[in-house]
Write a new protein. Structure first.
Length: 363
């Protein structure tokens, strides 16, 4: 069985595709996987690190308003779709799956033209433009929130699956992770600004570290590669002694998440799914720079059941962060309760549901 997966740009689109690929490989025989990406997206690093072949196409996103600037993206989309038809034929694809990002549009559109079974997966409440564009002609549209249905008018076979979480996350063990990272008896606060980093989160956390020191606590900051040097510069004169560690990117996120006592992060859907599976309390700072403010909707789902503290970015400063950190880090019982509440939203079988849904229609 030959399967093409396409999703790109950020880890939030790529990791679900990798989770789906792994599930296919682990539960079906004679599976061949091919990924489609762009030259600039994080798929070039993450897909290759996961051990899969990646072919690149040249495509870019459309402007949200009518504009002559869309002529170039439209031309690229048409050329990429034609290229994808050739790739699909040469690979003899049985299934084509798209997990979001504009790179998946020509891949899934070409498969729809060729009448190859297709599935698209939306991670957030409000579907992205590529998913909305493809849904009417795609075989199966998988969603992570029931509320998404109302935004997908005309879509065929809409299935509620949840977000695929990598098995390495699902199977991660907190005790083993803490031993591997040599945390000892310290409380670990993991700071992640998304796969590309978040300057605002980095700045506020740096201010916190400069002005506050808690006993038996360690901060691990994943800055994003583009902000790594700047964060090091901000903290170069701060006494460390094991109080903080700065990393450009965390590849073994399963280990760090499992070891963490508290997570400070954006509220991308995949990140929240992983937090819920591992029962982690969190302080969420939704990105204001996303379509239809969907990260705030994502965060509210956890806040409403007492699983997280949300701080909107325009209110996010050292004082607000200190209140939230003190509230959760100094109260073990409350922190554990937040983790248990988060687990109520966990969906461990999303990859299975997605794979079974598309297999119903596979040739």
């Amino acid at each position: 069985m030959n399967i093409i997966l396409s999703g790109g740009g950020s880890a939030g689109h790529i990791n679900p595709a990798i989770a789906i690929a792994k599930y296919f490989e682990n539960h079906y025989e004679n599976v061949n996987i091919l990924f489609i990406g762009t030259k600039t997206g994080m798929e070039n690093e993450l897909v290759k690190k996961a051990g899969y072949n990646l072919l690149q196409i040249d495509v870019e996103g459309f402007k949200t308003s009518l504009s002559f600037k869309n002529l170039k993206p439209l031309t690229k989309f048409i050329i990429a779709t034609l290229k994808m038809k050739k790739i699909i034929r040469n690979f003899k694809a049985d299934i084509v799956v798209g997990t979001g990002g504009y790179v998946c549009a020509p891949a899934v559109a070409a498969a729809n033209i060729l009448k190859i079974p297709t599935l698209i997966h939306e991670q957030n409440v409000y579907p992205g433009s590529a998913i909305r564009f493809l849904a009417k002609n795609t075989t199966v549209t998988a969603i992570s929130f029931e509320e998404s249905r109302k935004y997908l008018e005309g879509a065929k076979n809409v299935v509620l699956t949840g977000n695929p979480v990598r098995e390495s996350i699902i199977k991660a063990d907190s005790k083993k992770a803490r031993e591997e990272l040599k945390i000892g008896g310290k409380k670990l606060v993991l700071v992640v600004g998304g796969s590309l980093g978040a300057m605002k989160i980095n700045d506020v956390v740096c201010d916190y570290i400069k002005n506050n020191r808690k006993e038996n606590v360690k901060f691990v900051i994943s800055t994003g590669k583009r902000d790594y040097d700047r964060v090091n510069e901000k903290l170069k004169n701060v006494q460390n002694n094991g109080y903080f560690e700065i990393l450009a990117y965390i590849h073994n996120m399963d280990t760090y998440l499992a070891a963490a006592d508290l997570v400070i992060c954006r509220s991308g859907a995949i990140t929240l799914s992983e937090i819920c599976v591992l029962k982690k309390p969190s302080i969420l700072i939704p990105s204001p720079n996303v379509t239809h403010n969907h990260q705030e909707f994502n965060a509210s789902a956890l806040v409403n059941i007492g699983a997280a503290v949300m701080i909107k970015e325009n209110n996010f400063d050292m004082s607000e962060l200190k209140k939230a950190v003190d509230k959760l880090l100094d109260n073990d019982a409350l922190r554990n309760q937040y983790g248990e509440n988060a687990y109520k939203l966990a969906k461990k079988d999303a990859s299975r549901l997605i794979c079974e849904s598309i297999m119903k229609f596979a040739r």
